[in-house]
Design a protein around this ligand. Structure first.
Ligand SMILES: [Fe+2]
Length: 178
């Protein structure tokens, strides 16, 4: 852990994520949209860590929380938007976002001066944040915390409103019928 790893510039990372999302056709920076959602996950991670009082890699999870969905900026809009295509196509495309986020996060964190080890740990969390249930046999405590935070952040009003935002952006029904 170098100095930057010990004191990540969360605000700066958030600003970069916000700028990247704003450049896309799909995502904007509204109160219920992706960047705000990253912050909800970030805050939820803090609360979980406070509760469990276990030793874990706090900075890595907090950084991963802000960056975990950044791969969405690389999703193929035509596969998500075309209402004539099957829902499976959109789902397949959507499922790519964890892996797509890895090189983007790596580049951002390298520029900010994080160590290779730190970046690898954050990227592991980003790449696997959607691997729930039996998909991944062994999970680190850090990944479990991020996954729980992601689930909890999706509950409540913001989580309720998101499917409707996506529904209108993707021109699809929110209950999955075309
Ligand atoms: Fe995600």
């Amino acid at each position: 852990m170098n100095n930057t790893d010990n004191n990540p510039n969360y605000k700066k990372i958030y600003q970069i994520v916000k700028d990247e999302f704003l450049k896309t056709e799909l995502f904007f920076s509204g109160p219920f949209d992706e960047t705000y959602y990253s912050l909800r996950v970030h805050e939820m991670v803090k609360e979980i860590i406070e509760q469990i009082k276990d030793n874990c890699k706090v900075q890595q999870i907090l950084v991963a929380a802000i960056l975990h969905d950044i791969g969405k900026i690389k999703l193929d809009v035509s596969r998500l938007f075309d209402s004539n295509k099957k829902l499976d196509t959109a789902q397949d495309e959507w499922n790519k976002h964890p892996k797509l986020g890895v090189p983007i996060a790596k580049e951002i964190l390298e520029k900010l001066g994080h160590s290779e080890e730190f970046i690898d740990e954050v990227c592991y969390l980003i790449a696997n944040h959607d691997q729930r249930g039996e998909k991944l046999k062994i999970k680190s405590l850090e990944l479990k915390i991020l996954q729980d935070a992601d689930l909890i952040a999706d509950c409540g009003f913001a989580g309720f409103i998101r499917p409707f935002l996506y529904g209108s952006k993707f021109q699809r029904s929110v209950i999955g019928v075309q």
